[in-house]
Design a protein around this ligand. Structure first.
Ligand SMILES: NC(=O)c1ccc[n+]([C@@H]2O[C@H](COP(=O)([O-])OP(=O)(O)OC[C@H]3O[C@@H](n4cnc5c(N)ncnc54)[C@H](OP(=O)(O)O)[C@@H]3O)[C@@H](O)[C@H]2O)c1
Length: 269
């Protein structure tokens, strides 16, 4: 049955023969062969990840390894013992400010996944330029929220870098150099439960942050699910080309979250 599924996947990802017929005067046999060749060229085998040592990065790394991609980690500097538990994974120390350094590291790589820190989002232009120069086919930028699904947010200073990166990627796509996918995963469930920018519950201080009246719905995903989604995107390049892919493991409101916390810890009410 696995073989049947694999054939069905190949058919879904192949360029429809009808499209080739309509645009060329090739024979049916040549059109099938051409469609298959285009499909083979678009397959992602090797993936580079930038930011693998962070909070989200290890989950994406696991998703990529579990899906049997050939993985290369790009890091500013490797700490002793780091990534030892990932046999077969290559680690390259790179200068994220140098197109030359990154282009050399990305030679032979099919896709780049960036999970760099929020503060480093704006510097991804260098990584994108290097990926295009190295012939990378797909780029997944560090964004991971819901920001660029709402054009009204483009004018918010807080979000100008993610929109700038989206425009930079679209320029590469328009030039036929590379395609992109943005994963919109809402809030990380783990982030909601720790104090900080996205944290809604602070168990230590017995505090909850209720946005507005606390009844607006939030789409949430665990870090692990987000990692698996990235691997799935790279297995389905046609369906995910130049678009935002939205995932949602659970939808809840801040009031529901507070309610659950109060049921778990009635003594802290
Ligand atoms: N939706 C949500 O709820 C939510 C919550 C948190 C974060 N996020 C987003 O998820 C993405 C990843 O966040 P994260 O918390 O996993 O990141 P992080 O842990 O703060 O950092 C990830 C990695 O980025 C790499 N990096 C490369 N260049 C850097 C630079 N100039 N400055 C700092 N780090 C640099 C570092 O790896 P090396 O040292 O190996 O180079 C670092 O370990 C970001 O886009 C962030 O905005 C979303």
């Amino acid at each position: 049955m696995e073989g049947v599924g694999a054939v069905a996947n190949v058919r879904r990802e192949m360029l429809p023969i009808k499209t080739i017929y309509a645009n060329t005067n090739l024979s049916r046999r040549t059109a099938i062969l051409l469609s298959y060749a285009i499909f083979i060229i678009s397959i992602i085998n090797s993936v580079a990840i930038a930011g693998a040592s962070g909070a989200l990065g290890p989950h994406v790394l696991k998703g990529l390894i579990d899906t049997k991609f050939q993985v290369k980690i790009l890091t500013r500097s490797k700490k002793p013992g780091e990534f030892d538990a990932c046999p077969g994974v290559e680690v390259a120390e790179v200068d994220f400010t140098s197109v030359e350094s990154l282009t050399a590291a990305l030679k032979g790589i099919d896709a780049v996944v960036s999970t760099v820190a929020g503060t480093a989002i704006k510097y991804q232009t260098v990584l994108i330029d290097a990926a295009a120069a190295a012939g990378v086919k797909r780029f997944i930028p560090s964004e991971y929220g819901s920001v660029t699904t709402n054009p009204k947010l483009e004018k918010f200073p807080l979000y100008e870098n993610v929109f700038m990166i989206r425009r930079h990627l679209q320029e590469k796509a328009d030039a036929g150099l590379m395609s992109w996918t943005v994963l919109a995963c809402g809030a990380f469930m783990e982030s909601l439960l720790v104090p900080g920018a996205a944290g809604l519950l602070d168990f230590a201080e017995r505090k909850a942050l209720l946005l507005d009246e606390g009844d607006n719905r939030l789409s949430c995903n665990s870090l692990a699910t987000s990692g698996k989604a990235i691997a799935a995107i790279l297995k389905n390049t046609k369906a995910t080309k130049n678009r935002v892919v939205k995932i949602s493991e659970v939808i809840l409101t801040p009031n529901q979250l507070l309610n659950m916390a109060q049921r778990m810890r009635p003594q802290d009410k």
